[in-house]
Design a protein around this ligand. Structure first.
Ligand SMILES: C[S@@+](CC[C@H](N)C(=O)[O-])C[C@H]1O[C@@H](n2cnc3c(N)ncnc32)[C@H](O)[C@@H]1O
Length: 268
């Protein structure tokens, strides 16, 4: 039995991420939650370690039933032994990457989106608005093949520099519009992650953001075989969720005082 210690102030999001990573690495498996501890049975040590290494919102995984430290699980103090900790992601914050853009997705959110989309190693993950590749870097580092589309050509070149810096060698990049990905890509992708522009100074073509998202999801429905994870301002999400085939999960995430976004998983 393993105990994953969830991190951050949004436990619901941490749990959704853990379930996505478990599905991607081992398949459908039950998770029992006690406050910040998610208990999972039926994993091997190697699987539990692989899962925690790809997570952003989990501190570590422990084996339950051995060791000297005790943790309260379901009202009982159980002995646990540390098996593995999550990877350190802060070294890849946008300003620490070779190519910096202030609106590039930061690594903690990027990892969450990759896990929510349940991208498996060797599969192609698309970011249709890839900026300088924040999501694509995280996808590449867990063994996916990153596929990026971005409307600003200069950013496509800079994404390539970022990917090469992190020694990600297999990738596919295109200059173009997210709403036209179905015409841009020759081959399907298995998963996609979308973090559209909605900050005050963000650059947008085909906006407002709800229109861009609606048209992008429409195009994604032609090229994505699996799931799409996305972020959206609350108002835009209310409109967008009506248009997709299925909503697999949604959670509100407070960014700062005046901005709450929705992080969701859909089948477009
Ligand atoms: C918040 S950033 C995305 C960050 C990116 N996901 C990452 O991992 O760094 C939004 C991006 O959408 C791009 N964009 C705006 N309109 C677009 C469109 N119609 N098609 C494709 N990209 C677009 C912007 O140029 C910007 O780079």
């Amino acid at each position: 039995m393993f105990a994953f210690l969830l991190a951050g102030d949004n436990v619901e999001l941490a749990l959704m991420e853990l379930k996505g990573a478990l599905r991607a690495e081992v398949g459908e498996i039950e998770v029992e939650v006690h406050d910040r501890v998610a208990v999972v049975e039926g994993l091997t040590d190697e699987e539990a370690e692989r899962v925690v290494r790809r997570l952003a919102r989990t501190h570590a995984v422990y084996r339950v039933g051995e060791g000297r430290v005790r943790v309260e699980i379901g009202g009982e103090r159980r002995p646990v032994r540390l098996l593995a900790e999550r990877e350190k992601l802060s070294d890849r914050k946008p300003h620490k990457r070779p190519e910096f853009m202030p609106d590039s997705t930061e690594p903690f959110l990027a990892r969450v989106l990759v896990n929510l989309a349940e991208a498996r190693r060797g599969e192609r993950l698309l970011d249709p608005m890839c900026n300088v590749g924040g999501i694509l870097i995280e996808a590449g580092l867990i063994g996916c093949v990153p596929v990026g589309v971005e409307v600003r050509e200069e950013l496509v070149e800079r994404t390539e520099r970022n990917l090469r810096h992190y020694r990600i060698e297999e990738y596919e990049l295109h200059t173009g519009r997210a709403e036209e990905v179905d015409e841009i890509l020759d081959e399907p992708v298995q998963a996609a992650a979308v973090d559209p522009p909605y900050g005050r100074s963000s650059y947008i073509e085909g906006g407002p953001v709800e229109r861009l998202l609606l048209n992008t999801l429409d195009a994604l429905s032609e090229v994505v075989e699996g799931k799409v994870s996305l972020t959206a301002p609350v108002d835009a999400w209310e409109e967008v969720k009506e248009s997709v085939k299925r909503v697999e999960g949604e959670v509100r995430d407070r960014v700062h005082g005046s901005l709450t976004r929705v992080i969701a998983v859909v089948v477009p």
